[in-house]
Structure formats: structure tokens, C-alpha cells
Design a protein around this ligand. Structure first.
Ligand SMILES: [Zn+2]
Length: 199
């Protein structure tokens, strides 16, 4: 345990995902030794991101405006929606340049252990987007792990009876992992080889 401000910083850093107590301590002492201007830039970036970045009111992606870049782009195909768990998955898929449709970000995946159920995800918002018949295909691009599969299965049960073409990314993605860890080529192939889910 350290005194006051140093321990406060270590505690706050330690609450970040993927940062254990040792890493928190290492980052804290790195910052203590760093140039004050560098530390100020980091602090400003933290404050700015909370002040300026919001979530797209349509798809739930991160955005600097009410609508995100994808939703604002008239060249994006309105008939296909790709459903993902997190905004970082949008970035991963955009990198492949395979997809010209739009997105829907759920904000997580069904996970009974963490008490995340369907009502905690942006599923009713997705249903709202499907109501007017513009969308004809929904691509389920949740993570290739247990929670992602459970979420896709749940969504397919809702969507297939609506007469939509419902597809799931082809296998070949690293199982148990996160969509964002797949390289562009693999993810691009998984898109191309997506398979239709039937009732
Ligand atoms: Zn959007």
C-alpha cells in the first residue's frame, strides 16, 4: 500500500479491464516519472472521451454525433444489418472491407453468470429497426464463444420466423475468442462464407 494519491491512482487503474494489481502499479509509477505534458494529454483524452463521445441513437455504435459515421453514410446498404456485441467489433469488421451494410451493436452478450439477459441488450431497438421491412438480411456476428453463440441462437429464434434471411459468420474464427482478435483475412472469409440459419 502506498500513500494517498499514488494508491488512489493504482486503485483506479486496477479497476480497468485486463489490468491486474502489478500492471496498475507499473503504470502508476510510469506516470509518476513521465513528463507532466504527457500525463496532461492522457488526462485530457479521458475527460474528452466522456464529454464528447456518445452512442449512435440508431445502431448503438460510438459516435461524435447523434448518428454514427456508418448510419450517416447514404452509400451503406440499408437492407442488411450486421449484429455485433460491442463497438470494437464494428471496427474489426470495417477493417475487412467486406461489409457494405449497417450495424447493430447489442452492448454485450447473454451471460447468465454475469446476470446479463436479453433485456439488458439492445434487442428491442433491433426489432424496432426491422419493423418497416427495409431490412431483408440480419448477419449474426457475435463472438465465437459460449455467450456469443447463446446470443445468436436467441436472436435467430426471434428473427427466422419473421421471414428474414438470418445468417451466422462461417466457422474458422478462433473459437472461444473475441471477434476483434480475428485477422482481417479470416474475418473477411467468415463473412463471405456466412451460412443461413433456418427455423
Ligand atoms: Zn449508427
Amino acid at each position: 500500500m502506498y500513500e494517498g494519491a499514488v494508491q488512489d491512482l493504482i486503485d483506479e487503474l486496477g479497476r480497468l479491464p485486463g489490468v491486474g494489481p502489478k500492471s496498475a502499479q507499473r503504470i502508476a509509477f510510469h506516470l509518476l516519472a513521465a513528463d507532466p505534458a504527457d500525463v496532461r494529454r492522457l488526462a485530457d483524452a479521458l475527460v474528452e472521451v466522456k464529454a464528447r463521445v456518445q452512442f449512435c441513437t440508431v445502431c448503438g455504435n460510438v459516435s461524435q454525433e447523434e448518428l454514427c459515421r456508418v448510419c450517416r453514410d447514404p452509400r451503406r446498404v440499408p437492407s442488411v444489418i450486421c449484429v455485433v456485441e460491442e463497438p470494437k467489433d464494428v471496427v474489426a469488421i470495417e477493417r475487412t472491407r467486406e461489409f457494405r451494410g449497417r450495424y447493430h451493436v447489442l452492448g454485450g452478450a447473454i451471460n447468465p453468470i454475469d446476470n446479463v439477459g436479453p433485456d439488458d441488450l439492445r434487442i428491442s431497438e433491433l426489432m424496432g429497426r426491422l419493423a418497416d421491412g427495409t431490412v431483408t438480411e440480419v448477419i449474426l456476428a457475435t463472438d465465437p464463444n459460449v455467450e456469443g453463440e447463446a446470443t445468436s441462437t436467441y436472436l435467430a429464434r426471434l428473427l427466422v420466423p419473421m421471414g428474414l434471411r438470418v445468417t451466422r459468420l462461417a466457422s474458422g474464427l478462433p473459437v472461444g475468442g473475441d471477434l476483434e482478435y480475428a485477422d482481417e483475412v479470416t474475418l473477411g472469409r467468415a463473412f463471405e462464407g456466412r451460412r443461413q440459419i433456418s427455423a
